[in-house]
Design a binder for this molecule. Sequence first.
Ligand code: SF4
Length: 330
Amino acid sequence: MAKAAYWESIGDGRVRCGLCPQACVIPEGGHGICLGRVNRGGELEAENFGRCVSIAMDPVEKKPLYHVCPGQQVLSVAANGCNLRCDFCQNWTIAQQPARTSLVPPSELVRIATDAGSFGIAYTYTEPLVWFEYLLEAGALAREKGLMNILVTNGMVNEEPLRELLPLVGAMNIDLKSMRGEFYREYCHGDGLDAVMRTIRLAAAACHVEVTNLLIPGLNDSEDEVRALVGFIADVDVRIPLHFTRYHPQHKMTIPATPLPTLGTAADIAAEKLYYVYVGNAGHQERSDTRCPVCSNLLVRRTGFEAALVGLSGHHCARCGRVADIVWCA
Ligand code: SF4
């Protein structure tokens, strides 16, 4: 438990949280939508501070991050909760309802990461931005020890806390679920689009960013919407890797899985503008490799979550000499 940042009293013992666009108004004894913040006696507290619902070593490719320390394992840790309520959530049992947690203070988290030989700490599986106070403290300690902080996030956070956090972050994978605000409101139960787009812009100027888009048949997979999403990312930086991932029926959503041709079409559209386009959750070997954007030389070959560096000479393309857009481990 820690004092929460970014909130205000609004009378009658109630508080309004200012960490994310949900702007929860919380009465005494109540929790915010994200489950992690509680009003105790008219003060907002970060009840989720140090409370971990999951901790494990994972391939960094699983985040997915394809341009950060390829082939390496990273300590991956999660809070209990999320500030969205996506009908198609893959991790709803730990993201959308209370789950058992264990206390891992920041110093202990960093010790676990260094003992495991991890190059960093990935805050993932649920929504790390609602773990804000813990991220600040653990992130600063991790950074001191030479570890990279990685956020796998929905990007729905207000600007001021994001700017406070970014100096500690080395890499992010940010979900861009749709280019329509209506999609966020109807299927994710949060008015998130503008905040997510701002997060992508600000993060891309501060650290390495990759973007994930889960394609759901009939909801966000039209060619027009894919073109709008690709155009937005290209406008930020054509070097941002984009991952189209295959949807499977989960939680409250029963629409059948994304047809493979839909993913291929989206990837073809994206490849017209972006340097790095991947297809995930679909067993699509060709679309998971990294090629040099200048000469098409195969740089990194991926099989499942394994990565082999095949066409690199040091940190450059072995054929044309272009510097690879990859963040390397020290
Ligand atoms: S961080 Fe949590 S409590 Fe704060 S506004 Fe967002 S969902 Fe509500």
